[in-house]
Write a protein that binds this ligand. Structure first.
Ligand code: ATP
Length: 406
């Protein structure tokens, strides 16, 4: 029991941040952040002595992650304050009171603390008007330099506005626009901007957030290559539908949503422009491959399907597979989202649901047993056999055997 250990250790502990905010809003949130007025690592170790859990300490920030046997993770931090030596740089950290700890946070609504032990157990601490702002559905920073100290808060602001249905307070909106005009976002490291963009694109309706980024001048600040208009808004809506549809299919691998939306956002950018953008954002290699090379390879296939239009329906399974084989699922969903032709959308869905994973029942070894020598011929035969399955000429192992013998 957290409270008991805190009593024995003689420290006060509080649930803080998003968890308490969501508790008051009635929104589910299993992500509990706990601050310890004292040393979080020492507290985590005391916890470990009392119950079955593992501790991963982080000495530099005096934080710890406690991992319970069922996989549940609890984040523990020591109350601390932060100093910013330069706008956009990471802060220096020093131990401090609960009030200073809450003061370093991004928005008032994230500054509530719920006492988990001691005589005030269960009571809320609200130093900065968080309950008032939750009631007013207003997103407010705590002080005038907030966006200057950490410009990524501007992207967080848009994310929270959309997610919670809140609006920036008037003064906060003014501070944000000034920080945009003064180019503060450009001072932030690529990886921090990308991290926030990924979170934003991972929200349930990222199209609305993108429109807001444009309105606030933030999309330009991220990259001048990017634009977002009504037609892209439509693509985002269609991408959302395609993702929902895909996730309802049986036995599909988990899918990250943000790359599908990021692909939509790239719209008709030339490959060289996408390369520049990936460079600017410090995109990790495996995503760069998807956004640059694989997207480039998908373009002719999309065009071919679009050119066929209505006639796409007449393609047999093997012809469709020849066009779409090798495309990662993100690019298949993008194709579905972007097309204006219903038959083309259906062709994508026909491929994803049925043809994509269809393989012959016989494998290379079976064919060798039937007398086919190892080598290129074997590969050709397997491909032809798959085509026969894709086109519905064979359905069972027996039919495949008969087909091979012929
Ligand atoms: P979510 O539901 O998205 O997890 P959250 O509020 O829990 O929302 P986290 O990113 O998990 O957000 O951060 C936890 C807390 O840390 C926030 O509530 C906020 O108070 C603080 N925080 C996070 N990032 C910043 C930042 N850039 N500047 C100031 N405070 C921040």
């Amino acid at each position: 029991d957290l409270a008991q250990v805190a009593e024995v250790e003689g420290v006060n502990i509080y649930a803080v941040g998003g968890f308490v905010r969501d508790l008051l809003l009635g929104v589910a949130n299993l992500d509990v952040d706990v601050v310890v007025e004292g040393n979080a690592i020492a507290f985590a170790e005391a916890l470990q002595r009392q119950c079955d859990c593992r501790v991963r300490p982080h000495e530099k920030f005096v934080t710890a992650v406690v991992i319970f046997p069922d996989g549940y993770k609890l984040d523990l931090a020591s109350t601390r304050t932060e100093y910013y030596l330069q706008p956009g740089a990471l802060p220096l950290v020093e131990q401090a009171s609960l009030k200073l700890d809450l003061y370093r946070r991004d928005f008032t609504i994230n500054t509530l603390a719920l006492a988990l032990n001691g005589p005030r157990q269960g009571e809320l601490t609200d130093y900065f008007g968080a309950q008032r702002d939750l009631h007013d559905k207003a997103l407010r920073v705590l002080h005038n330099l907030s966006f200057v100290e950490d410009p990524t808060r501007m992207l967080r602001a848009v994310r929270f506005e959309q997610r919670l249905g809140f609006t920036l307070g008037q003064h906060t909106a003014h501070l944000l626009r000034s920080a945009v005009q003064m180019g503060f976002l450009q001072r932030v490291s690529a990886s921090r901007v990308l991290h926030e963009l990924v979170l934003l694109l991972g929200e349930p309706q990222p199209g609305r957030a993108l429109a807001r980024l444009v309105e606030l001048g933030l999309l330009d600040a991220i990259s001048e290559e990017l634009r977002f208009d009504d037609s892209l808004q439509q693509h985002f809506v269609q991408a959302g539908r395609a993702i929902n549809w895909y996730e309802l299919l049986p036995e599909v691998a988990p899918l990250e949503h943000w790359p599908v939306y990021f692909l939509c956002l790239l719209a008709d950018l030339k490959t060289t422009a996408v390369e520049r953008l990936c460079q600017r954002l410090g995109m990790p290699q495996r995503y760069r491959r998807l956004f640059v090379e694989q997207r480039h390879e998908a373009w002719p296939q999309y065009h071919q399907l679009e050119r066929l239009g209505q006639r796409v329906e007449q393609l047999c399974g093997s012809e469709l597979a020849r066009l779409l084989d090798g495309l990662p699922v993100e690019l298949l969903l993008l194709g579905m989202a972007r097309t204006r032709h219903q038959p083309v959308r259906l062709a994508f869905s026909r491929y994803v649901t049925g043809l994509r994973c269809l393989r012959p029942m016989l494998d290379g070894r079976d064919l060798q047993r039937l007398g086919c020598p190892a080598g290129p011929l074997l590969g050709t035969l397997l491909r032809q056999l798959r085509d026969a399955r894709l086109d519905g000429q064979v359905h069972t192992r027996e039919e495949e055997l008969a087909w091979v013998r012929v």
